[in-house]
Design a protein around this ligand. Structure first.
Ligand SMILES: Cc1cc2nc3c(=O)[nH]c(=O)nc-3n(C[C@H](O)[C@H](O)[C@H](O)COP(=O)(O)OP(=O)(O)OC[C@H]3O[C@@H](n4cnc5c(N)ncnc54)[C@H](O)[C@@H]3O)c2cc1C
Length: 384
């Protein structure tokens, strides 16, 4: 007999596990999450720096954070599962006039939505992150409600409460194709056999485009490798876990163990699924920028490095919601490097859409796949 489920979630990262929990808790029926790797959270989620912030340039991203960050902060208390969370703020250092105009406008938008975003003089930024270079700095923005949390812990936590709410989470099973009958989803073909279902949530992270293609849907989504470097201890390592971002280079760091965790984008980055660390980029771009922005790093040694995939859309916003055809297929992908922090609310919104027929908590109708065909794109400017 063919196995059946009311909802199949493809992908066991932080988004898929959050979706599985919220769906099961909302009464979606038999929820089956399928993850092709032998463990959950080994995709983008396993490479993630763990930052959460309200300091975005687009209203929808700010609204998603306003709904999602409290879910991260209250996770331990709500669900009784330990989660490592530090709310020491995000500090953006701005060194060009063009960026400063954009950060001032974004801070105004954030404040209008109730976010405590502050504009700082360079000296105030230096006091918050002792040791950062003030050279050429025009100003900085800071929000003390931003912070970092443990992505693997949140994923494992959602997996535990999803199982508790009755969902089944199965690893080592790859979804090969989404099956359709005319204009409706009828199931998925997997390495473990077919599963009959009327609803599929595509939460396959950077691979979501490959999953969608099996039923003829083209997603404007590119995997972009990003390198992360963790240092050993060094004199001048920050005490606080404030996430510091050099806005014009996108270089960022935060305290990690006795050293820092750091990374940055690069004008030379290209779409690829390859997660081999780009040692030339680390040596020629990341490390020199790191030392320029935070000179104490000159005396740091590298303890470990890895690379993971951002899942980039053209407007740097996620794709959330149902596709018109085939009916029953929901997308939760394309988070463009900020999906960890939005995973809690996105899981809840998917449950609202699927169980109640529409998203209630945040209006994400502007994040549908159709926006790309309409050309209705407003770009998130603050991608870290
Ligand atoms: C270096 C780095 C730093 C980051 N820092 C931050 C940050 O500070 N803050 C933040 O909010 N975000 C950050 N992100 C982004 C964040 O990690 C992602 O947006 C988020 O983890 C996406 O979660 P996901 O569950 O959608 O994807 P993933 O974690 O990639 O999960 C998708 C899963 O689907 C599985 N899968 C794929 N295809 C199939 C298939 N056919 N069948 C079954 N399973 C399949 C994969 O194996 C994978 O486990 C960072 C990302 C990187 C790479």
């Amino acid at each position: 007999m063919t196995e059946t489920a009311d909802v199949v979630v493809v992908g066991g990262g932080v988004v898929g596990t959050s979706a599985a929990y919220h769906l099961a808790a909302a009464g979606a029926g038999r929820v089956l999450l399928l993850e092709r790797e032998d463990a959950l959270g080994t995709g983008s989620t396993g490479s993630c720096a763990g930052g959460f912030r309200h300091q975005f340039s687009s209203e929808i991203n700010i609204r998603l954070s306003l709904a999602s960050v409290p879910m991260i902060l209250s996770f331990q208390e709500m669900h009784g599962i330990p989660l490592d969370v530090h709310q020491d703020g995000y500090l953006f250092l701005v060194r060009s006039e063009a960026s400063w105009r954009s950060f001032v406008a974004a801070a105004e938008l954030q404040r209008g939505l109730g976010v405590d975003a502050r504009l700082l003089e360079p000296e105030e930024a230096g006091a918050l992150a002792p040791g950062v270079s003030l050279d050429g700095m025009i100003g900085a923005t800071f929000c003390s409600d931003d912070g970092i949390a443990d992505p693997s812990g949140l994923t494992a936590g959602y997996a535990t409460i999803a199982r508790g709410a009755g969902a089944e989470l199965r690893t080592g099973v790859e979804v090969r194709a989404i099956l359709m009958d005319g204009a409706r989803v009828t199931g998925v073909e997997t390495t473990g056999g077919p599963v009959s279902t009327g609803v599929v949530v595509n939460a396959a992270g950077p691979w979501a485009g490959l999953v969608a293609k099996t039923c003829g849907i083209v997603l404007p989504l590119e995997p972009v490798p990003r390198n992360v470097v963790v240092t050993g201890p060094f004199p001048g390592a920050p005490d606080r876990k404030t996430l510091v971002v050099d806005a014009d280079t996108s270089f960022y760091f935060h305290r990690e163990g006795p050293g820092v965790l750091m990374g940055m984008g690069s004008p030379s980055e290209r779409a690829s699924f390859d997660t081999t660390v780009d040692e030339a980029l680390v040596a020629n771009e990341l490390v020199p920028t790191a030392v320029r922005v935070f000179p104490p790093l000159e005396r740091a040694g590298i303890a470990r490095m890895w690379a993971g995939l951002y899942e980039m859309t053209p407007d740097r916003h996620p794709i959330i919601g149902p596709v018109p055809d085939p009916a029953g297929l929901y997308l939760a992908c394309g988070f463009s490097g900020h999906g960890f922090q939005h995973a809690p609310i996105v899981g809840k919104l998917l449950a609202e859409m699927i169980v109640e027929g529409q998203a209630r908590t945040v209006d994400v109708s502007g994040l549908s796949l159709e926006r790309f065909a309409r050309g209705d794109l407003a770009r998130e400017g603050h991608v870290v």
